[in-house]
Write a new protein. Structure first.
Length: 358
C-alpha cells in the first residue's frame, strides 16, 4: 500500500471550489485502487488569511509544507490585497522555497470543438511547454528609486544564472530525448542583449550533448504567432519564466480556455515537495457562483499521479477528461454547458468509475 501525503492550499475565489472537485477525484481513486491511499492536510493561507494576519502564509509555512509528498493548490489573489503581494508571498514563495524550477504546462487539444483555430485538430495542437520557474524575469530583483519624485526610476532585473539556465534547458533536452520529440527554445536575443544571448548560447552548448534531439529556436514574438497560426510546429518547448507565463495563456486559448489549463511546479530531484495547480487565477468575476470549470484542477490531479509514478491513473484521468468534454450540456458555462462545478465533478467520478483500470 502506497500512501501519499498531500497538502491542500485551496487559496482564494474559485480556488477552493475547484480543489474540492480534485480532492473528490483523489478520494475516488483511493476507493477504486486498494494499493493507494492519500492523507490530506488543509492550509487556510491566501488573501483572507492576509487580511486577518497581515501575511499570506504562516511564518514557518515552508517548514510546515516540507514533509508532504505534494502540494495541491487552487488559486491565489483577490481584490483587496495587491496582486504582487499575494503572488509573491505565497505562490512564488513556495515555488522558490522548494526549488520547483520546472513548470510543466501541457498544451493539448482534447476535443477538436474546443479550439478557435480553423482547421486545426488534436493532431496539430499537442505539445509541452517547459517554463523556467525559479528565476529569470520573476526573480524579484530590482529597485524603486526616488519614489513619487519627478526623477522616479524603477529597475526590474532579469536574473539568469548559469546553474538555473543550464538545468532547465537540460531538463527539456532530456524530456525531448525520452519522448522522441523535437525541442524548441523560445527567447529574445535581438532585444535582450545579455539574458537572452546567454540563454541561446546555453541552449546550443547543452545541445551538443544531445545530437539526437532535433531543435528549433524562435524569438518570442514569432513563437506567439506560430502558437496561433502553426501550433503543429511545436512538440517540446523550453522558455524563460515570463515568456512561458504569457505563451501558455495563448496555449490555453487555443485548447479551450483557462478552465482547462494545468501546470505542475516540479522539483525534479525530489528534495522538496512539488506543487500541482490549475493555471487560472481566483476568477473573482465568477467566484461563489458555483460555475467555475473544475477540469483544469482535475487535470492537475492527473499530473500529480504521473509524478507519483501512478501513470495509469494519470492516463485514466486524462482519458476521462476527453470523455466528459464530449458531453457539452453537462459542462460549465465557459465551455458552453449548463453544469456547475460540483455537477461536473460528480459526473467525472461516474465516468472515471466506468474507466476503471484496477
Ligand atoms: N496561479 C494563481 O494563483 C494565479 C494565476 C493567475 C491569476 N491569479 C490571480 O487571480 C486573480 C484574478 O486574475 P485574472 O482575472 O487575471 O485571471 P483569472 O484566471 O482568475 O480569470 C481570467 C478569466 O478567466 C475566467 N476563468 C478563469 N478560470 C476559470 C475556470 N476555472 N472556469 C471558468 N472560467 C474561468 C475568469 O472568470 C475570468 O473571466 C488576480 O488576483 C490574480 O493575481 C492567480
Amino acid at each position: 500500500m502506497k500512501n501519499f501525503n498531500i497538502a491542500l492550499i485551496p487559496g482564494d475565489g474559485i480556488g477552493s471550489e475547484v480543489v474540492s472537485e480534485g480532492v473528490k477525484i483523489l478520494k475516488e481513486i483511493e476507493e477504486m485502487d486498494a494499493a493507494i491511499s492519500f492523507s490530506f492536510a488543509e492550509f487556510p493561507w491566501g488573501c483572507e488569511y492576509y487580511l486577518e494576519h497581515g501575511k499570506m502564509m504562516a511564518d514557518d509555512g515552508i517548514e510546515q509544507l516540507q514533509p508532504f509528498d505534494a502540494i495541491y493548490l487552487g488559486a491565489v489573489g483577490y481584490p483587496g490585497v495587491p496582486d504582487h503581494i499575494s503572488l509573491r508571498e505565497l505562490l512564488l514563495q513556495i515555488r522558490k522555497g522548494f526549488d520547483q524550477y520546472v513548470n510543466l504546462r501541457p498544451i493539448t487539444l482534447l476535443n477538436p470543438s474546443l479550439t478557435p483555430l480553423k482547421s486545426k485538430t488534436e493532431k496539430d495542437v499537442d505539445f509541452l511547454v517547459i517554463r523556467e520557474n525559479s528565476e529569470g524575469e520573476y526573480s524579484g530583483a530590482g529597485d524603486w528609486l526616488y519614489k513619487g519624485k519627478p526623477e522616479e526610476v524603477v529597475l526590474q532585473t532579469g536574473v539568469f544564472s548559469r546553474k538555473g539556465t543550464e538545468r532547465i534547458i537540460r531538463y527539456a533536452y532530456e524530456e525531448a530525448r525520452k519522448s522522441n520529440r523535437t525541442l524548441t527554445s523560445v527567447s529574445k536575443a535581438n532585444a535582450l542583449n545579455y539574458s537572452m544571448v546567454f540563454w541561446d548560447e546555453v541552449f546550443e552548448e547543452v545541445g551538443k550533448e544531445y545530437p539526437d534531439v532535433e531543435t528549433y529556436s524562435y524569438l518570442v514574438d514569432a513563437a506567439s504567432l506560430y502558437f496561433v497560426a502553426q501550433p503543429e510546429r511545436f512538440e517540446v518547448v523550453v522558455t524563460s519564466n515570463l515568456f512561458g507565463d504569457i505563451l501558455t495563456d495563448i496555449g490555453a486559448a487555443i485548447t479551450g480556455g483557462l478552465g482547462l489549463a494545468t501546470g505542475a511546479n516540479v522539483n525534479p530531484e525530489r528534495n522538496y515537495p512539488s506543487m500541482f495547480e490549475p493555471v487560472h487565477g481566483s476568477a473573482p468575476d465568477i467566484a461563489g457562483k458555483g460555475i467555475a470549470n473544475p477540469i483544469a484542477a482535475i487535470w492537475s490531479v492527473s499530473q500529480m499521479m504521473d509524478f507519483f509514478g501512478e501513470e495509469k491513473w494519470g492516463e485514466a484521468i486524462l482519458s476521462t477528461i476527453k470523455t466528459i468534454l464530449k458531453e457539452t450540456e453537462q459542462l460549465t458555462p465557459d465551455l458552453g454547458g449548463q453544469g456547475s462545478t460540483k455537477s461536473v465533478g460528480d459526473r467525472f467520478v461516474e465516468l472515471l468509475k466506468d474507466n476503471r483500470i484496477t
